[in-house]
Design a protein around this ligand. Sequence first.
Ligand code: XMP
Length: 206
Amino acid sequence: MKSPIILALDLTDHEKAIQVAESVKPHVWGYKINWPAILGSGKTIISEIKALGKPVIADLKLADIDNTLNLITEQVFAAGADYVIGHAFTGSEPYSQIDPKKLILVVEMSHPGAIQFIQPLTEQFCSMAKTMGVWGVIAPATRPERVSQIREWVGPDIKILSPGVGAQGGTASEVLKAGADFIIVGRTIYNSEDPSEAASKILQSL
Ligand code: XMP
């Protein structure tokens, strides 16, 4: 079975980040690198993780004008990232020069506060993501019923990536059943005494 796990490598310590990434390699589909790792290790962490031979997602949660987005994405793609995560609330226009097949849009966040402003707009974000033909969208593992709804809105071709498994309360098997293609897992794996075993256990639970 192809692993649906994406490791959220939110470690600021460079040595530990590389160690954890290497140890979980047999159990994960790919890696997600967010600001903690980039600020802790520099953007070369993207190239180092890419050298492990798996897909790398740069989770920068972009939200800016087109010129700035282009300058940022050129850097992360040159460093080896395969995909970049951006917010949908900017509208599609700032993303017009970015290859949609390398773009993942946040259509609903996993934290409780997402209900306040983001959730009321999720259907429109999904419709925009479909029109843009993006590779993937982010949807909350903490609300599997919303993942099912988001699957209906984006259709079968866009990948759904779900953070919020484990530490935030979501269950891997439930969110995959609801229609997600991938689960994004951070603390439950990298804070475990044996990250490789923790990732393997999640796989066995599916
Ligand atoms: P944990 O430790 O909670 O890490 O397993 C989750 C990872 O995913 C990110 N995250 C999100 N990213 N939309 C996103 O684009 C979300 O709703 C969301 N929720 C969590 C988080 O930053 C961490 O890297």
